[in-house]
Design a protein around this ligand. Structure first.
Ligand code: K7E
Ligand code: CUA
Ligand code: CA
Length: 658
């Protein structure tokens, strides 16, 4: 089945590439700095203008759900009958909403929004004491931050595939790393990284570089985008030479920061190798520019590789410094500090020009970084990078085994496990499917090889893409998600703020087939798509995990300690175990609420008028809130979560006596 909006691929690599921009082949030459300064505005509008050609009227009809032959690829239906489950979990970041989201794939049904950095009114995240402890508070008890910007979601590994234990997501605004448990789908830890700003790329490691028994994730790598003075304490504000960016390693279990590496240039996205030996970040500002134009002046930036075992040895050997109040060891990963490849901690592989994205191929052999301002994808062979570190590969340039033109504004790449890569072309509003081995052959000089396999117009301006299990050795080549930054006219108009357009593509065949559009609340960046059998969700809590909770209604009570009052209440549909409790004006009141119900899906809420309290307790769970009883009178606390035919009656009185 062919989508009618595919651009036909032509006879050789050069033409394959040029077919993407017939109107102006010169545009794909690298642009000079002056032109690039205008790029953010100018090319974006070129890109947007070119959207006119992509009305794709027949796509929906041509790819009606269920129309694809199931064939060897298995069940490629997009829709699911009522009651039928999805095949995959999709874990999406939520951008500057600060949250993470869970979708069923292939239907795109939204299953959950996981509050992470964002206070959440429904669950009480940021209101309960337990969540405030995870989020972090100021001395006065208020949240330290109420904003967050999540970009990248990645999950823990074992044996080269997901183990269903954790997912991590970054907060770019305050440089925090959050962990979400994949049994409860709740955030359980947040770590603020020292010495950095603009923490952007993350990736868990996949095994230990040294110990073969550790074949699972024990580290999470974090790349920082912004240069800041080191230390950032008001000194050196105007001296760019004192600015730096650090790569950070966080312990996957304790979530403590283990070590940092100072690099030349900045870091953007992050990838880790399947053998555990390497991690890498693409760099768009090797110029160390402080201003926009400066960051685009060099023809080549780089992908910086980290030799994990050597870095950890250097930390052990005490070859580090620290900055400011932070105790975290910082090793020197700059080029000047690492002249000998045989002892170097880092290796800077050149990549043109302001690259965006670095992705590990599921065969474990390559990292692919896309040019963004260059129409190319760069394929870096990891064997060669290891060779460079051993002194066997003469130049960092030799680690590049292909650099081929694929289209304008290439950003992120996904894989199908059959040797093909799928890269988003932001400016072309396209997905391009290309064959990695063919690209390597072409780059070696065999220009008769076709490496572009297919092109698909998407709507519009795609950023991230990912395919089912793409980041694992079990990449299955079934579904490809495309996160488009602009939806324009794809959905009913709802005012100036548009939803984004997440599209689903069937990649089980030779040609890509667009099968669904979904409006999403801005603005997810990245996502992963994980087979459903990997996740073992816990459907009710074990009350033993909440030692502060009471076991049954007989333990309900009000305890006073000076002007501090603690209230223990249970909920069991359709009643609270205390019909009323009494406090005095000015008391500091802490309410612990335990949900005695053990039935799946029986959640209760607790809302308290005029005190700004609302939170939920799931079956078996205990949560608490603390507030000041600063208004005399009667306040009805009531259940917010529909739990029973008598849900409305589920309430009680808080009496505040003068
Ligand atoms: Cu992953 Cu959007 Cu933060 Cu690329 S970034 S698009
Ligand atoms: Cu309990 Cu509604
Ligand atoms: Ca640059």
């Amino acid at each position: 089945m062919t989508s009618n909006n595919n651009i036909d691929t032509t006879v050789n690599g050069k033409e394959q590439a040029e077919a993407a921009v017939p109107q102006d082949p010169g545009r794909r030459k690298f642009l000079n700095t002056a032109a690039l300064t205008g790029l953010a505005g100018a090319t974006l509008s070129v890109g947007l203008a070119s959207c006119k050609q992509e009305t794709t009227p027949a796509t929906g009809a041509a790819s009606a759900p269920g129309a694809a032959a199931a064939g060897a690829a298995g069940d490629m239906r997009v829709e699911r009958a009522p009651g039928e489950l999805d095949d995959y979990y999709g874990l999406w970041s939520g951008g500057h909403s600060g949250e993470m989201r869970v979708y069923g794939i292939p239907t795109g049904r939204e299953l959950k929004r996981i509050p992470v950095f964002n206070p959440d009114l429904l669950t009480g995240w940021g209101i309960t004491n337990e969540s405030k402890k995870i989020l972090g508070t100021k001395p006065n008890g208020d949240l330290k931050y109420r904003t967050g910007d999540t970009h990248h979601v990645h999950a823990s590994y074992k044996n080269g595939t997901y183990d269903g234990k954790y997912a991590w997501v970054n907060d770019k605004i305050h440089s925090r790393l959050a962990r979400v448990r994949l049994d409860t789908f709740e955030c359980d830890k947040i770590t603020e990284l020292p010495n950095v700003q603009g923490f952007h790329g993350i990736f868990p490691d996949k095994r230990d570089p040294v110990d073969p028994n550790i074949n699972y994730t024990t580290r999470v790598f974090c790349g920082a985008e912004f240069h800041i003075p080191l230390p950032n304490d008001g000194r050196d504000l105007d001296n760019p030479e004192k600015y730096g960016a650090l790569f950070t390693c966080v312990d996957a279990e304790t979530m403590e920061v283990r070590w940092q590496v100072r690099v030349d240039g900045n870091m953007d996205l992050c990838a880790s190798s399947f053998d555990g030996k390497l991690a890498a970040c693409n760099q768009y500002n090797t110029e160390n520019g402080v201003h926009f134009e400066d960051m685009m002046s060099a023809e080549n930036d780089a992908c910086v590789f980290f030799n994990i075992a050597r870095i950890e040895q250097a930390v052990k050997d005490g070859k580090f410094t620290t900055y400011g109040d932070s105790k975290v060891p910082v090793v020197d990963g700059t080029q000047a500090g690492n002249p000998d490849p045989k002892t170097a901690l880092t290796c800077y592989v050149p990549v043109p020009k302001n690259p965006h994205g670095v992705n590990a191929s599921p065969d474990g052999k390559y990292f692919i970084s896309a040019g963004k301002l260059s129409p190319t994808a760069t394929v870096i062979e990891l064997e060669k990078v290891l060779g460079f570190f051993n002194g066997d590969v003469a130049s960092t340039k030799d680690c590049v085994v292909a650099e081929v033109e694929i289209g304008l504004g290439p950003l992120h790449t996904a894989f199908d496990g059959r040797g093909n890569a799928y890269t988003t072309l932001f400016l072309d509003s396209q997905m391009v499917k290309w064959n990695v081995d063919a690209a390597i052959k072409y780059y070696k000089g065999d220009t008769s090889v076709k490496y572009v396999v297919d092109r698909l117009d998407v709507t519009y301006q795609p950023g991230h893409t990912n395919a089912s299990m793409s980041e694992t050795m079990e990449a299955d080549g079934k579904w490809l998600g495309v996160g488009n930054k602009f939806s324009k006219e794809r959905f009913l108009p709802v005012g100036p703020l548009h939803p984004e357009c997440e599209q689903l593509v069937d990649i089980s065949g030779e040609k890509m087939r667009l099968v669904a559009d979904h409006p999403v609340w801005p603005e997810p960046h990245d996502f992963i798509i994980m087979r459903r059998d990997i996740i073992k969700a816990q459907q009710v809590y074990n009350p033993d995990d909440f030692p502060a909770g009471i076991k049954d209604a007989s333990e309900s009570r009000v305890e006073r300690n000076g002007n501090k009052v603690t209230v223990h209440i249970g909920s069991q549909a359709p009643m609270f175990s205390l019909r009323e409790f009494e406090v005095k004006l000015g008391d500091e009141v802490t309410v612990f609420l335990t949900n005695f119900d053990k039935v799946e899906d029986l959640t209760h809420g607790f809302a308290l008028p005029r005190h700004d309290i609302n939170f939920i307790v799931n079956p078996g769970e205990t949560r608490s809130v603390t507030f000041k009883a600063d208004k005399p009178g009667v306040y009805w606390y009531y259940c917010t979560h529909f739990c029973h035919a008598l849900h409305l009656e589920m309430r009680g009185r808080m009496i505040v006596r003068k």
